[in-house]
Design a protein around this ligand. Structure first.
Ligand SMILES: [Zn+2]
Length: 462
């Protein structure tokens, strides 16, 4: 309590010009203020996970968790491709032995050597459903996944705070040997967690009639999952479909974070912080927040980078990363948080697609000394040659930048990273921040654009 008071006092001091007062910033139970969460997990590294599940998830815009057995030498490049699209790749041991055969740490490191992804290897699914050394699990992973909770005397569905033991996260088995076989079986479980504000996870191996490699146990009708994802998409305002590790990060961050808001001079400043300490995760998954707000427009930024926001029912809604700097909510015409020049900063509605010509915005992050330089010159000098790909500008293990079929510039897997789009004149046409996967960041006139994500620069043509 003393800490909290002293932080508030400092905040008041910093904004002494106005009459600062504390107000509530509310962290959503689930991302996007949805009512429940569902995670689809897949074991044993089946070829069909790459060839069939990946495209199916892509069709609906959702991501799953794929648990690989290192010694079974799965299609590493195929699974790296899934990681690049924002799916979670996780451990299912080295050898699939009982009780993990002591492979808690070694399988994590082995798979980490094969798969690069933003959050690392943070979850494990136990082979044969039996729980290994729990402390070894929790030293290496934020989730240890069992099979059906009911086998362990637990419920299959979890509450909003997850399992009672993070080394025993339940997932309901699907397929011929499992409880869930039809689309209705899946949607029934998702409807339950929407009603209870809880979380449900599913455990699938291979698919009926597909190429399953070693994943021969309990094949599932892939059409049942297709129907489940379709239902989820139709009910996306209520159900959050996300990989197991991401949901676990969200829960841990939500329960550990403070969101303290203060008002001064027409701006609201929110400090979103936690002090979770372990060696496994930075716990930097974006949390969804809302703050009471009476304005009709808002410019929301974190550490100077623009966040997507919406105003609804007397609140402003946005996603922000804990411990990533002050969040500032400025009304229309407010001075905004531009670190360079408040006089050149004009609040811009999130729907605005108008080009901005202010050159002072070309380096809105204050991270490099390139302010004022033409980003095209920078791009040409830093690129290895004129062979930049047109449609798929760049894809690596961390994020992707490309043009969608409906002609948007799409950035994926860049959570928390500043994103700037420049037109062919070098003018800034969009400033935002990576929120989730595969967000549409810009659509506009035909031509070439430069997209800067963090300190990397890419070229995309619309
Ligand atoms: Zn298995």
């Amino acid at each position: 309590m003393n800490n909290k008071i002293s932080i508030a006092a400092i905040t008041v001091g910093m904004f002494a010009a106005g009459s600062a007062f504390a107000q509530d910033a509310e962290i959503a139970t689930w991302s996007g203020f949805r009512k429940g969460a569902a995670s689809f997990t897949f074991d044993d590294g089946a070829p069909s996970h790459v060839s069939d599940a990946g495209p199916m998830f892509k069709k609906y815009g959702y991501k799953g968790t794929f648990n690989l057995v290192y010694n079974w030498n799965p299609n590493w490049s195929g699974f790296q491709g899934l990681a690049d699209e924002g799916h979670e790749i996780a451990s299912h041991s080295n050898s699939h032995g009982n009780n993990m055969s002591g492979e808690e740490a070694s399988s994590k490191n082995n798979i980490k050597g094969k798969i690069n992804q933003k959050y690392g290897i943070i979850t494990v699914a136990y082979p044969n459903c039996n729980v290994p050394n729990e402390s070894a699990v929790l030293q290496n992973y934020i989730v240890g996944r069992i099979c059906n909770g009911s086998w362990q005397g637990m419920s299959d569905n979890m509450g909003k705070d997850g399992p009672s033991n993070w080394a025993k996260v339940p997932a309901i088995m699907t397929g011929s040997e499992g409880q869930l076989k039809s689309t209705n079986d899946f949607t029934g479980q998702m409807q339950k967690v929407v009603q209870s504000n809880g979380w449900v996870a599913f455990l699938t191996h291979g698919f009926q009639g597909k190429s399953n490699g070693s994943a021969t146990y309990s094949p599932t009708d892939i059409n049942a999952i297709d129907g489940a994802l379709k239902w989820a998409q139709q009910n996306d305002k209520d159900i959050w479909v996300a990989p197991m590790g991401f949901v676990a990060m969200y829960i841990k961050e939500r329960n550990a974070s403070k969101a303290e808001a203060s008002t001064s001079g027409g701006n609201i400043t929110v400090k979103l912080t936690h002090n979770i300490k372990d060696n496994i995760s930075d716990y930097d998954y974006p949390l969804s927040l809302r703050v009471k707000y009476s304005g009709s427009t808002a410019n929301v930024t974190q550490a100077g980078a623009k966040l997507e926001s919406k105003i609804d029912g007397g609140y402003v809604y946005f996603d922000a990363v804990p411990n990533a700097g002050d969040i500032v909510i400025a009304g229309e015409g407010g001075s905004g948080p531009s670190p360079e020049s408040s006089s050149s900063s004009v609040a811009e509605s999130s729907s605005s697609k108008t080009a901005k010509s202010s050159s002072s915005r070309s380096n809105p992050w204050g991270r490099s000394s390139s302010s004022g330089t033409n980003p095209w010159e920078q791009f040409i000098s830093s690129s290895s040659g004129p062979d930049a790909i047109e449609d798929i500008a760049f894809t690596n293990q961390h994020f992707s930048v490309y043009r969608s079929s409906d002609n948007y510039i799409v950035v994926g897997g860049a959570q928390g990273m500043p994103i700037t789009v420049y037109n062919h004149m070098g003018q800034v046409v969009r400033v935002t921040r990576g929120l989730g996967f595969e967000q549409k960041v810009y659509s506009g006139a035909k031509g070439a654009y430069i997209v800067r994500v963090g300190n990397k620069t890419f070229k995309v043509s619309l």
